[in-house]
Design a protein around this ligand. Sequence first.
Ligand SMILES: Nc1nc2c(ncn2[C@@H]2O[C@H](COP(=O)(O)OP(=O)(O)O)[C@@H](O)[C@H]2O)c(=O)[nH]1
Ligand SMILES: [Mg+2]
Ligand SMILES: [Zn+2]
Length: 349
Amino acid sequence: MLGWDVTFDTCFTPFLASGAVPGRVVRVDRGLCDVLVADDDDPGLLRTVRADWSGISSADPMRNPCTGDWAVVHMDAGQPASISALLPRRTAVVRGSAGERSDGQVLAANVDHVLISVSLAAKPDAGRIERLLALAWESGAIPVVVLTKADAPHDPSWVDEVAAVAPGVTVVAVSALTGVGMLELSELLGSGTAALLGQSGVGKSTLTNALCGADVMATGATRAVDEKGRHTTTTRELVALPGGGALIDTPGLRSVGLFGGESGVDQAFNDVLELASACRFADCGHASEPGCAVTAAVALGTLPQRRLDSYRKLLRENAWVASRSDARVAAERQREWKMRSRSSNPARP
Ligand SMILES: Nc1nc2c(ncn2[C@@H]2O[C@H](COP(=O)(O)OP(=O)(O)O)[C@@H](O)[C@H]2O)c(=O)[nH]1
Ligand SMILES: [Mg+2]
Ligand SMILES: [Zn+2]
């Protein structure tokens, strides 16, 4: 239930003796969070508990509880519920935080599928999808592009254009209004955990409601949900799905910075990498090198210049983020600079 599996079960074993129970973090507020735990009377049912996590609060925001985390929850009689630890995250969707700070922000934890939601009511933005795909791949989860509002009048070629910027990724067109594609999507999600990412207004919350079914709004110890029976999207929130899985709805993301990690970008652009493997030089910069298979593909029209530019831009952004946030990389850079300045100015100490 809720994406619990044998790995989490093993991680939880040491905590059993303390009488703690596993709980899945639904939403996080300052010092407190809602967690879903199995009901005492009927373990098949879930109930929401408000738990205090101030005891494990960390200065590093990435270590604090996040929607989707599995928590070690103590519910001792006569005491407010509290969290004493988080189980290791299997996957984490992390974005660079806005502004000057170099911390990452965990958007969702222990996610199996990242649903990149894009509305078909307007022409999809290829660059935005590529950026979200890089973020999704980096999380360790499997990205899926969900084209929402398929009932809205749209140019059919848009779907092909999206598929072209998402190599190796499943693209599903859905409509919460007509039900088109909904069965396919819920089968794809199975009993795992999925997180919806995308701009505000693309229909993420409507999709969440549709996947949950009407029962979601029930209150109390029900098979599905949070006691409030509604979910606003000012916060990230997890809901239980009727099929046993979980879905994390998020507020619209206006700007999505990457948070280092080249592999996500490389996975999102594996078509470019594949081309690059045929370049004459292993360290080809795909600029004016002879025998460059990438620029050859651009010249042939098989690789859009826009996509190559987008790939370069995301790689640059990642390198920049890494230079700010990763002390090891920063130290390495400094060492490089020192060496360079020494060799160019041997008189300096
Ligand atoms: N035509 C159509 N409109 C939709 C669909 N899903 C959502 N909407 C509308 O899109 C608007 C934004 O939906 P919402 O779920 O709040 O988007 P969110 O900000 O991504 O959570 C609402 O007016 C919905 O009624 C759909 O499948 N088809
Ligand atoms: Mg919403
Ligand atoms: Zn090249």
